[in-house]
Design a protein. Structure first.
Length: 424
């Protein structure tokens, strides 16, 4: 049975066919642009005393708070700045969520729990209701049960201790699950099991509803933050070292050097952009940088693999011309994969919210830089090494240049024999 395709045929989507762009002829424009970006980034890092690390690395407290309406960011920052020394950050989360992340930088371990208490009390004093009543939206089950125990008895609502604990738990389950932690009206609790008119009346007498709810608090000590900094740097360096070893084994050492230099360039440029735009480097950004390292390395290996194949076929071709042909042959694949990935991370950058902003920003910059570095940074290193070998040969009066090759041949005995490379 024939379906219009011969057996074993493979359908491929291609945007470009038989292109012949002189990529390496434009390499100095891109190398110059990379040099300017790297110098600008390094200059910014030097002037600012290094990257701007997030609380993950500096140490501090991070509180997630939800408001009934749009969060008053400036009012929150002003209220906390008068109570807590050091940098205070207030960031909106996803659009329409009415949530903010409040961060404080603290240098001492013992100050962390105190900062958590001060942050909660300051929010209650600023946006809550002063007085003896309990804030229902931020109370725990134990505190709520203790508050209602005697008033319920005085109002004629007799509950056993277990019934009281179950009642408090049911009401807070409704608050957290049905109302996302923020109840706007006590009357909505009337459908909760155990909430009778007497219970509801007592609840209104003893509690009030603050217009905010603390959704969670994270605390990172300064020592832990320093350890995370060191581990993040070592993870990146180990990744680069492992890739250098792999490519040196899979291709040749000069290919490994070229690929690692290109990826290191991508990482430095991306970090430079973070400094230029005054953005924080957090654990999610480190995850993005490691993702970028793998993505950029994969793109470079695809180009190198085509170069290796062409070295076996086009033996008499000049290396620069051969690399141009290899890049043109992989151009369609590069545009498809990089373009689709770029659209995905751009959507994440635009609609992912504040929490994922740093992660997506790193990937948006990294994909652009990583795609062109495979062509205009890694490939020129191979050409430069080829030119260096040819100059050495000419100085020695040799008649045969030694181009970069992936086919390792040896003549004569193993020890003391020179590598024979096929002329490109």
């Amino acid at each position: 049975m024939s379906n219009g395709l011969s057996t074993g045929a493979v359908c491929r989507m291609e945007i470009f066919r038989n292109t012949n762009f002189d990529f390496l002829g434009k390499k100095w424009y891109f190398i110059s642009a990379s040099a300017v970006l790297m110098l600008a980034g390094l200059g910014s890092l030097t002037l600012k005393g290094g990257p701007r690390y997030g609380i993950d690395f500096r140490g501090g407290a991070l509180m997630r708070v939800k408001f009934q309406g749009p969060p008053p960011v400036q009012q929150i920052r002003s209220a906390l700045s008068s109570k807590i020394s050091g940098e205070i950050t207030v960031q909106n989360l996803e659009a329409g969520s009415n949530e903010v992340l409040i961060g404080t930088e603290l240098k001492e371990e013992r100050a962390l729990n105190e900062a958590r208490r001060v942050m909660t009390e300051t929010l209650q004093a600023t946006f809550g209701q002063p007085g003896p009543k309990v804030d229902f939206n931020n109370a725990g089950a134990g505190a709520l049960a203790d508050r209602l125990r005697d008033p319920l008895q005085r109002n004629g609502v007799n509950l056993s201790e277990q019934q009281l604990q179950d009642l408090a738990k049911n009401m807070l389950d409704y608050r957290d699950r049905a109302r996302s932690g923020l109840v706007a009206n006590f009357d909505g609790l009337s459908g909760v099991p155990g909430v009778t008119p007497g219970v509801l009346s007592t609840l209104k007498q003893e509690c009030y509803l603050a217009p905010f709810a603390v959704k969670g608090v994270e605390i990172v000590g300064p020592k832990v933050g320093k350890d995370l900094q060191r581990q993040a740097i070592m993870a990146t360096l180990y990744a680069l070292g492992g890739m250098l070893v792999y490519i040196a084994f899979r291709f040749e050492w000069i290919y490994g050097v070229a690929a690692v230099v290109a990826v290191f360039h991508d990482t430095l440029v991306t970090i430079g952009f973070f400094s230029l735009f005054n953005k924080e480097i957090s654990l999610t950004v480190i995850a993005a940088l490691l993702t970028l390292v793998g993505y950029s390395m994969n793109d470079t290996i695809v180009v190198f693999d085509r170069i290796r194949e062409n070295l076996k076929i086009l033996r008499r071709e000049r290396l620069e011309s051969l690399i141009n042909k290899s890049v043109n042959q992989t151009l369609s694949r590069t545009i498809l994969t990089s373009g689709l990935t770029f659209l995905t991370v751009m959507a994440l950058f635009l609609f992912g919210g504040e929490v994922l902003h740093g992660f997506s920003f790193a990937l948006v910059i990294g994909i652009i830089i990583g795609t062109y570095s495979s062509i205009f940074i890694a490939s020129p290193i191979l050409v430069g090494w080829q030119d260096y070998i040819e100059r050495r040969k000419r100085r020695r009066g040799s008649q045969v240049a030694a181009p970069v090759s992936n086919v390792k041949e040896r003549e004569g005995a193993r020890k003391g024999s020179a590598r024979a490379v096929k002329r490109v």
